[in-house]
Design a protein around this ligand. Structure first.
Ligand SMILES: [Zn+2]
Length: 160
């Protein structure tokens, strides 16, 4: 089946000015510092919730540290999802975090697109649609491996 390639469009749930956010999972970079990630987490949390949650900030800081210690160059997009799962496992609401990351293909790092137009539909590699195709399973595998190595604990998916 021939599926025409289109220029990937950012999902509307993702801030259109993503690349201009102050310290946004840092401008153009794919792997941010611990401090950059935590700062980003706190900022977007404040956008979602009226009340700051210092306990959740602490849990996020600890989790980011553990994730970063595991593999320094993991792309933010995968670290973010593993972080969401970790926070969910600790009883914090974390599904909102899905609105604040750029989905990427784990095979090539390209932006993933959602032909159905919504999160919840399957992610497709935007660069190598024919070769990589649907990447939901690959993303889950990557997150699971990353999570379990970092926390020495089984991932029971709650978010991804
Ligand atoms: Zn790909």
């Amino acid at each position: 089946m021939f599926v025409p390639l289109r220029t990937p469009k950012p999902h509307e749930a993702i801030d259109a000015d993503w690349s201009n956010r102050e310290g946004a999972l840092t401008n153009g970079e794919l792997s941010s510092s611990d401090a950059g990630l935590l700062g980003y987490f706190k900022r977007v949390h404040r956008q979602e919730f009226a009340e700051p949650n210092p306990k959740m900030d602490c849990a996020a800081a600890a989790a980011i540290k553990q994730l970063k210690a595991q593999r320094n160059h993991t792309r933010d997009t995968f670290l973010w999802l593993a972080l969401a799962e970790r926070l969910a496992s600790k009883g914090y609401p974390a599904r909102w975090m899905l609105d604040y990351f750029t989905p990427r293909c784990p095979l090539c790092g390209s932006i993933a697109k959602f032909p159905g137009g919504k999160f919840g539909s399957e992610a497709i590699c935007a660069s190598a649609e024919q070769d990589h195709g649907a990447v939901d399973d690959a993303i889950r595998e990557k997150i699971t491996e990353f999570y379990e190595n970092a926390f020495d604990d089984d991932l029971e998916p709650a978010v991804v």
